[in-house]
Ligand binder design. Structure first.
Ligand code: FE
Length: 338
């Protein structure tokens, strides 16, 4: 056998052995952004650990984890919104991460006593038709229940985690009675039956079908940064308000990640979770979806995001918000909010 052939075979063998011997971390995520691949590559470069990702909607991931049970290959689960993270916690899917560095970086209210850690922040804001209303018409979420907004209020279905979390925060801040009354008023003020997603609410406001609506901040920022004529047209007449600036602060929520109970690659999972909370990773991970990093005051390269970062945030514990979702659903059922 010629020497070059021998070298070729030897290098192939080395590559194969190397591929199989490489360390991995298996990530189940409900995110679907191009920037995530970039982050995984950065992680591999830094640690040598390969990230294998399964990206799907949260219900599909939870169903998959249920079916896989103890033999699941998943190490880390990433979900958006406290309501969903709390459901996963309640199912006993997470194991406690033991990492003081993570706890030093991320504020206490944005993580769950060791089960999961919040990585990005989003705010639930009010959008309004500038042709009909001004910023002065709103200062709180409760203002949306006022009679001047009769036949003006739009939202997605209240059964969606984003709405359940907002209603949960209102229950925690105002008490059940006031939250119920407000829900009743919001139903009375509806311009139409709850439908669509958050972007649909913004477009409906822009089109004059709704006077006021609720949306997560990143949907609006995405449209504001878009160069598509349809998006520019959509936001042309849309104003926005960060509610409750003089009271409890605007409702905020997180995208969070936790290590799974049956994680087969526990060390790598811990490394990965720590990597996701590093400032440089945080900047990319958050701004990739027009969200703010969970690390307080960390600026990103996203100019609109930075400009809008200085608002009073509700200090409620995000996990406590998640845990109130069944009370929120009961109140919604009671007042006929769909
Ligand atoms: Fe979303």
């Amino acid at each position: 056998m010629r020497l070059t052939t021998l070298i070729y075979f030897f290098s192939c063998l080395l590559f194969t052995v190397n591929t199989f011997a490489r360390e991995v971390v298996n990530v189940y995520t409900s995110r679907h952004y191009a920037v995530d691949k970039e982050i995984y590559e950065m992680f591999t470069k830094e640690t040598g650990v390969i990230v294998r990702e399964i990206s799907a909607k949260d219900q599909i991931l939870l169903e998959r984890l249920k079916n896989e049970g103890a033999t699941s290959p998943a190490d880390v689960l990433i979900l958006a919104d406290a309501a969903r993270l709390w459901r996963a916690t309640r199912r006993g899917l997470f194991r406690k991460y033991e990492n003081d560095e993570i706890d030093r970086r991320i504020p206490k209210s944005l993580r769950s006593r060791g089960n999961w850690v919040g990585l990005t922040l989003r705010a639930r804001i009010i959008v309004f038709d500038k042709r009909k209303f001004t910023k002065e018409d709103f200062s709180t979420y409760s203002d949306l229940g006022k009679p001047i907004f009769k036949n003006e209020f739009c939202s997605r279905s209240v059964t969606h985690p984003y709405m359940l979390s907002l209603l949960s925060s209102l229950i925690l801040n105002l008490g059940e009675n006031k939250a119920t009354n407000l829900s009743k008023n919001l139903v009375m003020n509806q311009a139409r039956k709850p439908q669509g997603g958050d972007t649909d609410q913004i477009r409906a406001v822009g089109a004059g079908e709704c006077g006021v609506a609720l949306t997560n901040s990143y949907y609006l920022i995405r449209l504001m940064r878009s160069s598509k004529p349809r998006d520019i047209e959509s936001v042309k007449n849309v104003g926005f308000v960060f509610p409750n600036q003089k009271t409890s602060g605007t409702h905020i929520n997180v995208t969070g990640a936790g290590i799974l109970k049956n994680a087969p690659n526990l060390t790598n999972a811990n490394l990965f979770l720590e990597f996701l909370t590093e400032p440089e990773t945080q900047k990319l991970f958050a701004s990739g979806n027009n969200e703010w990093p969970a690390i307080q005051g960390l600026a990103t390269s996203n100019k609109i995001l930075n400009k809008l970062s200085k608002f009073e945030k509700d200090k409620l514990d995000v996990e406590a918000i998640g845990s109130k979702q069944f009370t929120a659903q009961r109140i919604a059922d009671q007042v006929g909010w769909q």
